[in-house]
Design a binder for this molecule. Sequence first.
Ligand code: ZN
Length: 678
Amino acid sequence: MNYKKLLIAMTLCTASLSMNASTDDFKYTDEKFADIQMLRYKVTDFEKLTLRQKILVYYLSEAALYGRDILFDQNGAYNLRIRKMLETVYCEYKGNRNTDDFQAMTTYLKRVWFSNGIHHHYGCEKFVPGFSQEFFRNALKSVSRKNLPLQSGQTVDKLCDEIFPIIFDPTIMPMRVNLKAGDDLIKTSAANYYGTDISQQEVEAFYADMRQKGDPEHPVMYGLNSQLVKKDGQLQERVWSTTGMYGAALSKIVSQLQKALPYAESEAQASVIRRLIDYYISGNLKDFDQYCIEWVKNTDDLIDFTNGFTEVYGDPLGMKGSWEGFANFKNLETTARTEKLSQNAQWFEDNSPVAPQFKKKECKGISAKVITATILAGDLYPSTAIGINLPNSNWIRKEYGSKSVTIGNLTDAYNKAAHGNGFEEEFIADENVRSLIQNYGDICDDLHTDLHECLGHGSGKMLPGISDDSLRAYGSTIEEARADLFALYYLADAKLLEMGLTPSKDAYKSEYYSYMLNGLLTQLVRIKPGNNIEEAHMRNRALIARWAYEKGKEKNVVELYQQNGKTYLRINDYEALRQLFGRLLAEVQRVKSEGDYKAAHDLVEGYGVKVDPVLHAEMIARYNQLNIAPYKGFINPVYTAVTDRNGHITDVKIDYKESYEHQMLRYSKEYAPLPFIN
Ligand code: ZN
């Protein structure tokens, strides 16, 4: 149910140098603040699209941008007000802008923009403001009242009294998503998907009941598009639709989709857009399923998009969809690669080390392509996925397949930006391994993504009667592990060489090394001292790497050793490591297929969560001296419609010059249809 944002290259790419870096003068890196490096992506070949296609991209991009504030509000009920307060001070403040307070507030605002709220986009913990309450209160009093999110009759002081604890008190809303076993996950998570007076038990009972009353053959994704609140003691859903919650934003999106309609490339694509409009208007999840079916079937057109309540990582119970949108077009050259994999899906399924009863008899409908993103929005902006596999509904995936994409121009931008940052020299002692990674790192990293998305997520089957969410909070991690293991296992297979997808029989070793290095050591730099691993993809990588390390210990398959007081990794037996990946794949598939909650719990808690404080401190110290930002995100290009005097669009221009803060302030002004309180 909840999988598919493949973030692996965000970490791995720092470990893989691009072979053809800086062959053009496009500026891939932009400003840096806190733990963030801003990047830009290039929309290669946008100019080669026909006018009709450009106009379609333009309206789909507009539709994507109008959802931004929905995500801010989903991430926390106070986010839109806090953002407005910060922006108004940032724009209007007449005092000294060089003080520590003002500078710290600027950084805080940039982080709020980046995270679409006041919690870290990845670690989920609340930001610690580096400016004083006194400064901020005085600053707010010095700006124009009309640009502050005041409720009727509210004074600036009252606004401060209401909002400041949310910003400054570390005990209030400390985590956006809390997954700590034993806690009431609903009450301890700050995300705005549930009323503050509702317990986890109540939520689980509410949806268990709904599920039971629903269609067992074709269950909708219960709870996906609503906030659950208590009214007069009764639980009820506030549905997100053009006439419901977030209606003002969804209406704007619908009007842009309507403008896009006449430019659809085919009747099938027009039908996708119409279904989405129907769903946004009705808020009915049955309509959403119809849209998903049309969408997954539509694979022939060049341009594609997603727009809606999609991924469920923001909800501790994995039901509520955070809003995201993007538009893209197919990269024909690289798509040939993923199509080859898809055409051979059955071969991969048949030959995997998974037990026969958990295999799909018939692998169908797995389509995959490499795409060029044209706009990123909502939960894909500025931090983004580089691979996406949708829809999430399991019965639709089973009956109609899924669409899997690798976002080529984003991967490319990561690689180009990572060129020569010193990471490899620091963490990889063996020169041969470094040159292996230089030669094959990019290509195998891409291949890993393709295998993970096109084949991994689509492989395997559930035993009859096993519910998709029986692994509960461990479901996402297990699912990502399944897809990663499938990819890792096959990366080393002679079949890939035979298919012409890898350049040499040893190429896979670059990815094995990078993966183990990341899972055992370097991904720790993304975690704050004292914290555990929380995020599903990181847990998955730790789980796989540590499990393989431990199980191979007796035969010394993978080794951690000390040199000059630093910890390094050595892989002594790549073939044996592959067999370990295969063994774990078989087990993880069993856990998923049987819904074995206990085993999932033991795997994730046993291998994927805990952090060795000494090793952690060493990694952070070594990483910090490289001065690389651990998180990256993208500034969007700007599309401008050129019109004739009748208002007809005659061209769409693209440019990459807009600064981060200009873009954020412009979006807050031009794409902000929602009230501050929803
Ligand atoms: Zn995935």
